[in-house]
Design a protein around this ligand. Structure first.
Ligand SMILES: Cc1ncc(C[n+]2csc(CCOP(=O)(O)OP(=O)(O)O)c2C)c(N)n1
Ligand SMILES: [Mg+2]
Length: 892
C-alpha cells in the first residue's frame, strides 16, 4: 500500500530512526503540532530541492487521525447511551424481521444500521441540533438503508407508535405505515431529504451547504454555525455523483458540511475493495480535494497496544492488509487474529502477548466506539476553513453474530432464527426472556425509565427531535398581474424567441418588490447561450469571495460581475450540481422558511435525459420552482446535431407526478404559466414544480387572443379560427412550441391552395391533457352511477369539425397518447429519431414536421375520409416538393 511507513532504509540504524522520532516528539511536546508540522513541511521542501525524490502520497498511515492525547472527554453517560443504542438496535431489527414474517420478501435492511448505530447515536445524543424558533437547526441526510434505526429511535422518543413500526414497508395499511426509505413525499412531517438512490445525497448536501451560505451572503438569513451532516455508505462512494462535487465544497470552504462515510468495507454483493483499502482510497481523494479528513479506525481497546508499539510496527502492519483480509479477521476467532494479523512479526506478537484470544476478538473498531466517534464529530464541528469527512471503520451487520456479522450475505439478511435472536438479545442485554424474544416484540422501556428520561433530556438539550420536516414559510401576498401584463401584449412585430421572452420576464421578476430578491437564477455555464449575460451585471454572479480580479471585460457594459451578494448561481458545467442548487432553493420554504423561487435554465437535452434521478428526488422532496429547458426542440435547435437536439424531454417528464411540463409557443403563454405557477406554489403552497421548454427561434410574438389563460394552463386552446368555417373541407391542427408556426403556415397553404379550412390549436401541454384524460376515465370507472365526465380534450373538440393533425418537436407518442379522447382519428407528426447537424428548414423536412408535411398529413386524412381524390394527394406531394422515398428519420 502507498501509505506504508517506510521500511528500514539501507544501512540505517534503528537508533538513528529512533533519534529522529524522538526529536520530533520533543518538538511536539514543547512547541505543539503546528510547529512540528511546519518543520516537517520545511524538511520536505529541503529534501526536494536537494534532489530527494519524495513520492507523492495524499495518505496518512492506517491509523486514527486524532491521537489519544488530543481526544476530548466523552461528555455523556456512556453506559446509558449504550443501553439506549442496544434498544434501538433491537427495535430496528425487530421491524425488519417482523415485517418479513408477515409478508415474505417485503424487504428491509438490518446490517446497514447495525454497522452505523454508534455513528448515529453519538450524533443524536450530542450533535444534531433541531430546528427551533431561535436556531435554524442542523440538516441531516440519513443513509437510506439505515432507516429502520432512525424509526426505532423515533419509537423510543415516543414519536412513532408500535403500530407504525409494525407497518414498516406497509404504508397502505389502515392507520398508515412507514416508508422503506427517507421519502418526504410519503412522510412529510418526518423525512426532509430523500437519500436512497445512492450518490444523490452527497451531492445534494454539498449544494445545500453552499446554498445556506448563499442565503447568508445575500442577507436572506442570518449567519449561523448550523451544519449539514451527510451519512453515506463506502460502497456508495463509487457512484460518480458521490465524489463528483467535492472540490466545490472545499473551494467554497464549506466548513458547515460534514460527511460521515460508514466504512464497513462491504457493499451489497461483497467487499467494496477486497484487494485494496477503500478508506485509504477515499482519504487520498478527499485530502487531494483539500477536505479535512478524520479517520476513525480503531477503538479505545487498541490504544494501549499502540502505546506499547514504540517502533510503529502496528501501524505499518495495518497498512499492509487489504480489505478482504480485514473482513476475514472480523469473522474470525481471537486465535486466528493472533496468528494471521499479529503473527507476521514476532515483535507484533509480543505486543499482544498479555492479551487473551477473547480480548483480541473483542478489539473494537473506531466506528463502534462512542469515544472515538465523539472525538471525530467534535473535531469536525470545530474545524474551520474546509469541509470535513469522517471515515469511520465499522463492521457490517455488527452484533448479528452468526446471522451475518461481516459476512458477504449480510446486506440482504432479513430473517434470524431462534438461536440467533436469543444471542442478539443477550449480546445487547434486551430484557426479554427466551420465549418472548423469539416473537421479536418491539420493546420500549417505561416512560419514567432512566433510558427514556436520558434520551429525552439529550434531545431537549439539542432543541428537539430530528429528523422533522415542517413548513414555516408565509405565503406570498401579491398577485403579480402588473408584472406579467406587458408580456400579454405581443412583441409588436419584433422577432424574439421564447427564450428571450423568458429572460425578459426574469429580468422583470428580479426587480419586483415582493419576489425580486427571492428569485434564484441558476445556470450551468449557459447564460450567454440564452442571452442572459445582461443579468451578470445587473443581478451579479454569486461568489462567496466577491471578485478578486478585474474582469477582462470590465470596460464593457455587460461585464462578468462576481459579487458576494450576487444573485445568479453560475454553476459551471454541472447539470447535476445545478439541480442540487435547484433542490436546495426550491425546498428552502421548508428547510429555512424562505420562499426562494429557483429558475434553473439549461440545455434541455441535458436535463431529464441526464439528471432524471435528481429530478425524481426533487419531486419526492416537494421542491418548488421552474426548470427551463432551453435550446429545446429537435428541429428548432439547428446545427447542434444528435446529442443536443431534444425531442425527448417532454416524454421523459411524463413520469414525474408533480411536475407540470409545458411546451409553449408564445411569450404570453409563458407569462401565464409562470404567473400561475408562482401563485400555486408560493401562495397556495402546492407541492408542484414546472418544466417549461423555451426555444431559440425568433419570430413575432402575437398578443394574447382573448382570455385563453385557462386553456393555456389546462394544455390547449384554439389560437386561430379558420377564416372560412363554412368550407366543406375542414381540419383541426394542433401545434406546440416553435412548431406552432409551421402549423400556422400549413393552415394558410391548406386554405389558399386546397380550400381546406383549418382551426389552429396551441397545445401547451400534452402531459396536462393526458393527466386530465386518465383522471376523468378513472373517475367515470369508479362512479358508474353518476353522470360521466368528459376529458378536457374532448370538450375542446366537441364542436370542432374535420380531420385532426398534430405536430410537435417531440416524439409522436405525445399527441398519440391523448388521441383516444378525441372525437376522431388523429394523425401525429413528431421528431422520433436521432437529430442531425443541419439548419432548421432541412431538419423539419427530415423529421417531416414542417408546414408541407402538416399540409400533406391533413390532405391524407381528408383522402382517408374520402373527402378528396387520390389525384389531389399525388399532386400535393409533387407541388409541396416532398420526396416520398426519403429516409425514415426513426431508423436512419
Ligand atoms: C443508485 C443505486 N444503485 C443501487 C442501489 C441498491 N443498493 C442499495 S444498498 C446497496 C449497497 C450499499 O452499500 P454501502 O453503500 O457500502 O452501504 P452499507 O449498507 O454497507 O452501509 C445497493 C447496491 C441503490 N439504492 N441506489
Ligand atoms: Mg458499506
Amino acid at each position: 500500500m502507498d501509505n506504508e511507513i517506510s521500511t528500514q532504509p539501507h544501512g540505517m540504524e534503528d537508533v538513528e530512526i529512533q533519534e529522529w522520532l524522538e526529536s520530533l516528539d520533543s518538538v511536539l511536546e514543547s512547541s505543539g503540532p503546528e510547529v512540528a508540522a511546519e518543520i516537517l513541511e520545511r524538511l520536505r521542501a529541503h529534501a526536494t530541492v536537494n534532489g530527494i525524490d519524495l513520492p507523492f502520497s495524499a495518505n496518512t498511515p492506517y491509523a486514527n487521525t486524532i491521537p489519544v492525547r488530543l481526544q476530548p472527554l466523552f461528555p455523556g453517560d456512556q453506559e446509558l447511551e449504550r443501553r439506549i443504542k442496544s434498544l434501538i438496535r433491537w427495535n430496528a431489527l425487530a421491524m425488519v424481521v417482523r415485517a418479513n414474517r408477515v409478508e415474505h420478501n417485503i424487504g428491509g435492511h438490518i446490517s446497514t444500521y447495525a454497522s452505523a448505530a454508534t455513528l448515529y447515536e453519538v450524533g443524536f445524543n450530542h450533535f444534531f441540533r433541531a430546528r427551533t424558533e431561535e436556531f435554524e437547526g442542523d440538516t441531516v441526510y440519513f443513509q437510506g438503508h439505515a432507516s429502520p434505526g432512525i424509526y426505532a429511535r423515533a419509537f423510543l422518543e415516543g414519536r412513532l407508535s408500535a403500530q407504525k413500526l409494525e407497518n414498516f414497508r406497509r404504508e397502505l395499511k389502515p392507520g398508515g405505515g412507514l416508508s422503506s426509505y427517507p421519502h418526504p413525499w410519503l412522510m412529510p412531517d418526518f423525512w426532509e431529504f430523500p437519500t436512497v438512490s445512492m450518490g444523490l445525497s452527497p451531492l445534494m448536501a454539498i449544494y445545500q451547504a453552499r446554498f445556506n451560505r448563499y442565503l447568508e451572503d445575500r442577507g436572506l438569513k442570518s449567519a449561523t454555525d448550523a451544519k449539514v451532516w451527510t451519512f453515506l455508505g463506502d460502497g456508495e462512494t463509487d457512484e460518480p455523483e458521490s465524489l463528483g462535487a467535492i472540490t466545490l465544497a472545499s473551494r467554497e470552504k464549506l466548513d458547515n458540511l460534514i460527511f460521515v462515510v460508514n466504512c464497513n468495507l462491504q457493499r451489497l454483493d461483497g467487499p467494496v475493495r477486497g484487494n485494496g483499502q477503500i478508506i485509504q482510497e477515499l482519504e487520498s481523494a478527499f485530502r487531494g480535494a483539500r477536505w479535512n479528513v478524520i479517520k476513525v479506525l480503531w477503538g479505545s481497546e487498541w490504544d494501549p497496544i499502540f502505546e506499547r508499539d514504540t517502533e510503529g510496527l502496528l501501524v505499518k502492519r495495518m497498512g499492509e492488509l487489504v480489505d478482504g483480509e480485514y473482513q476475514k479477521l472480523v469473522v474470525s476467532s481471537g486465535a486466528y487474529v493472533r496468528e494471521h494479523f499479529f503473527g507476521s512479526d514476532p515483535r507484533l506478537l509480543k505486543l499482544v502477548e498479555p492479551m487473551s484470544d477473547e480480548s483480541l476478538r473483542r478489539l473494537r473498531l473506531g466506528g463502534h466506539d462512542p469515544r472515538k466517534v465523539y472525538a471525530a464529530y467534535k473535531a469536525a464541528v470545530e474545524h474551520k476553513g474546509s469541509p470535513t469527512v469522517i471515515l469511520a471503520r465499522t463492521i457490517k451487520g455488527y452484533g448479528l453474530g452468526e446471522a451475518g456479522e461481516g459476512k458477504n450475505v449480510t446486506h440482504q439478511q432479513k430473517k434470524l432464527n431462534e438461536d440467533e435472536l436469543r444471542e442478539f438479545r443477550s449480546r445487547f442485554g434486551i430484557p426479554l426472556n427466551d420465549e418472548d424474544c423469539i416473537e421479536v416484540p418491539f420493546y420500549r422501556p417505561p416512560e419514567d425509565s432512566v433510558e427514556i428520561q436520558y434520551l429525552r433530556a439529550r434531545r431537549e438539550a439539542l432543541g428537539g427531535y430530528v429528523p422533522k420536516r415542517s413548513v414555516r414559510t408565509k405565503p406570498l401576498a401579491a398577485d403579480h398581474d402588473e408584472l406579467f401584463k406587458e408580456f400579454h401584449e405581443g412583441s409588436d412585430g419584433r422577432e424574439v424567441s421564447t427564450t428571450m421572452a423568458f429572460v425578459g420576464m426574469l429580468r422583470k421578476m428580479l426587480k419586483d418588490p415582493e419576489i425580486g430578491k427571492l428569485v434564484v437564477p441558476i445556470v450551468p455555464d449557459e447564460a450567454r447561450t440564452f442571452g442572459m449575460e445582461s443579468l451578470f451585471r445587473t443581478a451579479g454572479i454569486y461568489s462567496s469571495v466577491g471578485q478578486k480580479y478585474e474582469p477582462v471585460d470590465v470596460n464593457t457594459l455587460l461585464y462578468y460581475k462576481e459579487a458576494k451578494d450576487g444573485q445568479i448561481l453560475e454553476e459551471g458545467i454541472t447539470e447535476a450540481g445545478s439541480m442540487g442548487s435547484f433542490i436546495a432553493a426550491g425546498s428552502a420554504y421548508a428547510t429555512h422558511g424562505i420562499n426562494t423561487i429557483p429558475f434553473f435554465i439549461y440545455y434541455s437535452m441535458f436535463g431529464f435525459q441526464r439528471i432524471a434521478d435528481f429530478i425524481w428526488a426533487a419531486a419526492d422532496m416537494r421542491t418548488r420552482g421552474f426548470m427551463l429547458g432551453g435550446t429545446a426542440g429537435r428541429t428548432t435547435l439547428s446545427g447542434e446535431g444528435l446529442q443536443h437536439q431534444d425531442g425527448n424531454s417532454h416524454v421523459l417528464a411524463l413520469p414525474v407526478p408533480n411536475n407540470k411540463a409545458y411546451d409553449p409557443a408564445f411569450a404570453y403563454e409563458i407569462a401565464v404559466i409562470i404567473q400561475d405557477g408562482i401563485r400555486r406554489m408560493y401562495k397556495e403552497g402546492e407541492n408542484i414544480f414546472y418544466y417549461i421548454t423555451v426555444m431559440n427561434e425568433p419570430y413575432a410574438m402575437p398578443p394574447m387572443p382573448g382570455d385563453v389563460k385557462g386553456g393555456i394552463l389546462r394544455g390547449m386552446y384554439r389560437f386561430r379560427h379558420a377564416t372560412n368555417p363554412k368550407s366543406k373541407l375542414r381540419a383541426q391542427l394542433f401545434g406546440s412550441g416553435a412548431i406552432l408556426n409551421e402549423v400556422l403556415r400549413a393552415q394558410e397553404i391548406l386554405e389558399t391552395k386546397y380550400s381546406v379550412a383549418a382551426d389552429v390549436w396551441s397545445v401547451t401541454s400534452y402531459k396536462e391533457l393526458y393527466n386530465d384524460g386518465i383522471e376523468t376515465e378513472r373517475w367515470n370507472r369508479l362512479h358508474p352511477g353518476e353522470k360521466p365526465r368528459t376529458p378536457y380534450v374532448a370538450k375542446c373538440l366537441s364542436d370542432a369539425p374535420g380531420v385532426l393533425v398534430a405536430a410537435s418537436d417531440y416524439l409522436k407518442t405525445l399527441p398519440n397518447m391523448i388521441s383516444k379522447w378525441m372525437p376522431r382519428r388523429l394523425a401525429s407528426l413528431g421528431t422520433d429519431g436521432f437529430g442531425r447537424s443541419e439548419g432548421r428548414a432541412a431538419l423539419r423536412d427530415f423529421f417531416e414536421v414542417d408546414s408541407r408535411f402538416i399540409t400533406l398529413a391533413t390532405l391524407h386524412e381528408l383522402f382517408a375520409d374520402a373527402k378528396i381524390e387520390r389525384s389531389v394527394l399525388d399532386k400535393a406531394i409533387k407541388d409541396l416538393g416532398i420526396n416520398a422515398d426519403k429516409p425514415n428519420p426513426v431508423t436512419s
